[in-house]
Ligand binder design. Structure first.
Ligand SMILES: [Zn+2]
Length: 53
């Protein structure tokens, strides 16, 4: 497994693999003001420390 997030091409967007692969509902949306990155997460446990860098 490893990194639990998928980077969408051409956009500063991170979508967790639960949503990408398992069609999990998006329960948490985060917009980073600094770099404009969007995060779409399912609300389950992730290794967020690895995702946010
Ligand atoms: Zn997830």
């Amino acid at each position: 497994m490893g990194f639990p997030f998928c980077n969408a091409p051409n956009t500063a967007t991170i979508i967790c693999c639960h949503i990408m692969e398992n069609k999990a509902p998006i329960l948490y949306v985060s917009h980073d003001e600094d770099d404009g990155m969007w995060q779409f997460l399912c609300g389950r446990k992730h290794t967020v420390d690895e995702a946010v860098k």
